[in-house]
Design a protein around this ligand. Structure first.
Ligand SMILES: Nc1nc2c(ncn2[C@@H]2O[C@H](COP(=O)(O)O[C@H]3[C@@H](O)[C@H](n4cnc5c(=O)[nH]c(N)nc54)O[C@@H]3COP(=O)(O)O)[C@@H](O)[C@H]2O)c(=O)[nH]1
Length: 740
């Protein structure tokens, strides 16, 4: 520490050492002018005593442990040595000036700083005193009065000096004590007002009681200091029975018992059943010999942070609508399930579930009904599965069920159970809804080796279940993926095409076999796919049928065909009937009659210009149910033809009961005319039998002159085929028509 003038001035002022005070001290010691006369003797005696005895002085100091310890520190030694020299030099001069006074203060201050107690300081003085007296004796040359006067002066100077040094020593000590007390008070205040709980455990006492807790500790643990203080932190029995019924404190005790230091996260459930999370910082305090005397613990309540963290985690892993796990959760759960299955030699089944026709429900009843349905589906799924199984939602109407720890061949029971569970009706905002679902199943380890693969395969199997007619399940089979994906893509595109009505209608002429005149035509749909080009109806019509889109397609075709007839009529063209294909679904929908009635009525065209081609298979599905509808259509004037005749359950007997007017011999028979004897015979027989039932016959797929000649010879009424014309766009058909 630097003893600069400024600090010494401040010290003097703080100690109240004003000139008046100094004078008072001198007066009290009765230091007079005569004393000042003796200063020369004393100064020179002191000087030579110091020079002669300095080594012995330090030798003396080194004989005592405490002084020796201080002097072993070279800095201390140098500082003392310098101070001593200046000090003794100045003592003899005794000017009592400001510098002189401050020199005395400096000595007291240094002793306090190096913590050399006054006893050593006074002792050292007596050493100097003892060695100075003979020197005074020598200088006074036996003059008794001069010796006594010098000794008296010397003694007074020492008194003045020692008093100042001791005053300084104690003043500085008092100051540092006060500072330490202030700091202690501040630290205590900080502890008491800390938002963190602080406690102290005495590790020297048996069972380590708590000896201090701050108010925040009381707030966090819910305990008063009276109930916490003295509570032991060491368990009596190894089974760690709670030493307190306070859950937080019990966790603290466990951490201390375990001798944990550093950071520990405690969590439990409080008295009100609420979960808590508390960070506990434990730091051991060591005694002089390195033994742990105390544990200081700091409790930081992080419950709110943890709750926020959990909330975020929950949101990241759960579906907001149904509150069941989402894709991210599923991924991790599937990973864990696969590991467990490896270990236990069990199976994991991934069941990909998609609600059938959910879009229709959503579009027709509104999104809130759709949302409610999804919530109820999630609940039902959860209720029908085992606890270890997982129901998750990927989005939309797609759910994935993870059935774990399965014995081989049991996944199908899970799928069946799910289908049955979804069978009973759902009550959605007062409406009763029946739904079904399609489920695809992939199995680990058989089908795939990672999560993505298993999900993709289950997804593919689900689409296979959809194309198989819905409300069913399918296991994944290799190759399913690509085919199903393609079909799915096509289905999506077809939906879009239906929405946008991006189809065209082509027309294939039907010619009178004898005259060659165009007596009718068949409307055939065409779809120009934006990427794939023309897609054959043979490809997309079955897909439209399985997805239900065929109903909207058939409606569009009917309307477009009637619109085109009206357009030709406006052009002054003498009209011929137009035949339109009607799918089994449309036929079964119950709307055909009303729709056609409305259409014909609106167009003002005669009903007999419209002919419906219904496949033989469709008709045979429900002859009794179909008959009234056909009769009503017939009554309306609409023509009815059996399409693809000969490919289904051919029974003219049944046909007799239906008001059919035309039979279209399937092109597979026509193409074999002349090459396959059986098919040639069938063609002849069909023509003869149809005529016997007063029906007309159309041969479709006529491609060669030989086929045409044979049909003419057999009396077939009409022919249709590439030999005459391919299906044509409306304007080209008109040109063909006009030529005939
Ligand atoms: N519900 C609806 N079904 C429709 C509609 N349009 C067509 N279809 C059905 O799709 C299947 C395939 O039809 P398409 O590719 O149009 O084939 C038709 C003709 O192009 C084809 N045809 C005609 N002449 C010949 C020929 O000489 N050779 C040859 N190889 N093919 C020929 O035959 C199909 C006519 O079929 P059909 O209806 O049985 O008379 C088909 O099953 C269509 O029915 C539609 O709008 N709605």
């Amino acid at each position: 520490m630097q003893f600069d003038r400024e600090r010494l001035d401040a010290l003097m002022q703080a100690m109240g050492l004003t000139p008046t005070e100094i004078e008072e001290r001198l007066a009290f010691l009765r230091i007079t002018e005569s004393d000042l006369n003796a200063r020369d003797v004393i100064e020179s005696a002191l000087d030579s005593a110091w020079i002669r005895n300095e080594p012995e002085f330090y030798g003396h100091l080194f004989r005592f442990r405490e002084t020796k310890d201080k002097l072993l520190d070279v800095d201390n030694l140098n500082r003392l040595n310098e101070a001593h020299r200046d000090y003794f030099k100045a003592l003899g001069t005794a000017t009592f000036s400001r510098d002189y006074i401050q020199g005395r203060l400096r000595v007291g201050w240094i002793h306090r700083q190096i913590e050399l107690e006054p006893k050593w300081y006074l002792g050292a003085f007596s050493f100097v005193f003892e060695h100075t007296l003979p020197e005074i004796w020598n200088r006074c040359q036996g003059d008794r009065d001069a010796v006594l006067a010098s000794i008296a002066t010397f003694y007074k100077l020492i008194q003045f000096d020692i008093t100042l040094a001791l005053d300084t020593y104690f003043f500085v000590e008092q100051q540092s004590t006060r500072r330490a007390e202030d700091q202690r008070a501040l630290a205590h205040h900080a502890l008491e007002s800390s938002i963190n709980g602080v406690f102290m455990v005495d590790m020297r006492e048996p069972r380590c009681p708590i000896t201090y807790v701050n108010p925040a500790f009381e707030r966090i643990t819910g305990m008063t200091d009276q109930s916490a203080l003295g509570l032991p932190c060491v368990f009596e029995s190894p089974d760690q029975k709670p030493l307190t019924d306070n859950p937080t404190l019990f966790e603290v005790q466990k951490a201390i018992q375990a001798g944990r230091d550093g950071l520990t996260l405690l969590n439990g459930v409080d008295h009100e059943g609420q979960p808590f999370w508390i960070e506990l910082f434990l730091s051991p305090l060591q005694g002089d010999h390195g033994e742990v005397t105390h544990q200081v613990g700091i409790l930081h309540d992080v419950t709110k942070n943890k709750q926020a963290e959990h909330q975020l985690k929950y949101q990241a892993t759960h579906d907001a609508l149904t509150r069941i796990p989402n894709r991210s959760y599923l991924d991790s759960a599937l990973g864990r399930a696969m590991q467990a299955a490896d270990r236990d030699r069990k199976e994991v089944a991934v069941l990909f579930l998609d609600l059938d026709r959910f879009k229709v429900i959503n579009d027709s009843l509104g999104h809130s009904s759709g949302d409610e349905l999804l919530r109820q589906v999630a609940k039902r799924l959860q209720s029908c599965l085992r606890e270890q199984d997982l129901v998750s939602r990927l989005g939309g109407d797609e759910f994935v069920i993870l059935a774990t720890q399965l014995e081989a061949n049991t996944a199908q029971y899970v799928a069946e159970k799910i289908l049955v569970t979804l069978e009973p009706p759902f009550e959605i905002f007062g409406q009763t809804l029946y739904i079904s679902s399609s489920i695809g199943i992939s199995l680990y380890p058989n089908d795939g080796a990672d999560q993505d693969e298993l999900l993709a395969f289950a997804d593919a199997a689900m689409y296979s279940a959809k194309t198989a007619g819905r409300n069913t399940f399918r296991f994944y089979a290799s190759g399913m993926n690509a085919a199903v994906r393609e079909e799915l893509e096509l289905e999506n595109d077809l939906r879009e095409a239906v929405e946008r009505e991006s189809f065209e209608l082509y027309y294939q002429p039907k010619l009178d076999t004898v005259s060659g005149r165009m007596v009718g035509m068949e409307a055939l749909i065409r779809w120009h796919h934006p990427r794939r080009g023309w897609v054959s109806p043979a490809e997309f019509i079955p897909l439209a049928e399985s997805t239900g889109l065929i109903v909207r397609i058939d409606t569009w075709v009917l309307e477009e065909a009637v619109r085109q007839l009206s357009a030709w009529k406006k052009l002054g063209q003498a009209l011929v009937p137009i035949a339109v294909n009607v799918s089994a679904r449309e036929f079964a929908s119950g709307n055909v009659l009303a729709r056609i009635e409305q259409l014909i009525g609106r167009s003002g065209l005669p009903a007999d210009l419209l002919e419906l081609e219904i496949t033989e298979t469709t008709l045979m599905q429900d002859v009794d149910g179909t008959a009234p509808l056909l009769s009503a259509l017939k009554k309306l004037g609409v023509g009815l033809a059996v399409d693809d005749f000969g490919t289904g359950y051919s029974s003219l007997n049944y046909l007799k009961r239906l008001p059919i007017e035309v039979l279209k011999i399937d092109q597979s028979f026509v193409s074999d005319i002349g090459t396959d004897e059986d098919d040639t015979t069938i063609v002849s027989a069909v023509i003869a039998l149809a005529h016997s039932l007063r029906m007309k016959v159309v041969a479709e797929g006529v491609e060669t002159e030989a086929q045409a000649a044979f049909l003419k010879e057999q009396g077939c009424d009409m022919s249709q085929g590439y030999l005459y014309s391919r299906p044509l766009p409306a304007d080209e058909l008109l040109a063909f028509w006009r030529r005939r």
